[in-house]
Design a protein around this ligand. Structure first.
Ligand SMILES: Cc1ncc(COP(=O)(O)O)c(C=O)c1O
Length: 384
């Protein structure tokens, strides 16, 4: 970053820069099927870019009719008004409405809190069917995109049930709906094995947005990535002076971001961090299940790679969610012992009861064991 800042700290994003181009090339080499990268400053902004493109495609191709964006209950897409309009967490949205029109909620796919008396693939199929019912009720010709987190993050660390994603792909194809995967949390290695969460499931997105892992926090860089199919939609009429994605951003041309991102990608590759993330994630999930044997407040353990959650309940049989204040006390006790963990927090009314773990991708076995032991001690202190 220092070397790049001395050479050239900034060049208008509309023109591009050498580190921007090199990073874009590196990024799409990790995303088969995707081909165009738009650099932004935050996850919310990256999602807004995708929303704007969906709206523009609707105007260009469908007379403005296919403008609606579906989002899922419990998912989160950002803090701006349009991304909050696609926000599936009511407590986060409280007091900020009215929201933008054209965003429509679909049901979550969390098997532990199943809306239907089904499990496994049957539950996955019912969850997708429920989305299809919304599409039919709204009119498929009005739906431009479906926006989903690959693993719902702040809404409770929710990997989809087996069989969900292929059905989502089919649904989008059936109704000509663009698929937008929000990888702001999961992207760039967090889920292990693959660079992106969606790549675990063989699904083919039209938009992928990402932020947190792009430069691991060393610089404010996020991206909205699209495929050639989307890109081509902006090239059909060269006589129209408005026929391109009209978007500008003051800091979209900062070069420290792509310089940092390039270095992060190099380190992830050189240090085999995807492999480490997979191994350490499996260890963490196993440790958490072991803790569940001693602490009956743990109702469920979920995760993918080094992104894990433990849902706390006051009664395992009824799955009564644990009081949010007690969940916060567990987080505080861990902090007092030197281990930083998170928890779902003032997001979903009555269901802010999941401890969240996102250890560094360089974590060792000792780190993971220490985190889990500390969580065990904290649970003991709060619940006995
Ligand atoms: C899934 C998801 N999407 C989008 C965002 C928004 O990103 P940012 O805070 O960078 O605007 C977040 C932030 O936590 C997120 O978790």
């Amino acid at each position: 970053m220092r070397d790049q800042l001395i050479k050239l700290p900034y060049f208008a994003g509309s023109a591009g820069s050498v580190p921007g181009a090199l990073f874009a090339e590196k990024l799409i080499s990790k995303m088969p099927g995707m081909s165009r990268v738009y650099q932004t400053n935050s996850g919310s902004e990256a999602n807004e870019k995708a929303f704007k493109m969906v709206r523009q495609i609707s105007h260009k191709r469908y007379g403005g009719k296919k403008y609606k964006i579906l989002y899922r209950e419990r998912d989160y897409h950002g803090s701006t008004l349009a991304t909050m309009s696609a926000g599936g967490q009511d407590e986060r949205n409280a007091q900020y409405g009215p929201f933008a029109p054209g965003f429509v909620r679909v049901p979550h796919c969390m098997e532990y809190r199943a809306q239907w008396d089904l499990t496994g693939e049957a539950y996955a199929a019912a969850s997708v069917k429920a989305i299809e019912e919304v599409i039919i009720a709204e009119g498929a010709d009005t739906i431009g995109a479906l926006c989903l987190e690959p693993v719902t993050a702040g809404g409770g660390v929710i990997p989809a049930p087996e069989g969900y994603w292929p059905l989502i792909g089919e649904l989008c194809r059936k109704y000509d709906i663009l698929l937008h995967i929000d990888e702001v949390v999961c992207g760039v290695g967090r889920t292990g094995t693959e660079w992106f969460g969606y790549q675990h499931y063989g699904v083919e997105p039209d938009f992928v947005t990402m932020a947190k892992g792009v430069a691991s926090g060393y610089a404010a860089i996020a991206c909205c990535v699209t495929n050639e199919r989307v890109f081509e939609m902006f090239k059909d009429d060269t006589t129209d002076p408005l026929n391109y994605f009209r978007d500008i951003s003051t800091f979209g041309g900062c070069t420290a971001g792509p310089a940092a991102a390039l270095e992060c990608f190099r380190i992830i590759e050189d240090e085999n961090l995807l492999e480490n993330t997979t191994k350490m994630g499996a260890r963490m999930v196993a440790n958490l299940w072991e803790l569940a044997e001693h602490h009956k407040v743990i109702g469920d353990v979920r995760g993918l790679g080094l992104f894990c959650g433990a849902e706390l309940v006051s009664d395992r049989a009824t799955k009564e969610p644990m009081d949010e204040k007690l969940v916060a006390q567990v987080v505080a006790e861990c902090g007092a012992m030197g281990v930083i963990i998170g928890a779902t927090n003032r997001s979903i009314p009555g269901f802010n009861n999941t401890l969240c773990f996102s250890p560094a991708l360089i974590s060792t076995e000792d780190d993971i064991d220490q985190i889990c032991e500390t969580v065990g001690k904290a649970l003991g202190k709060v619940f006995g």
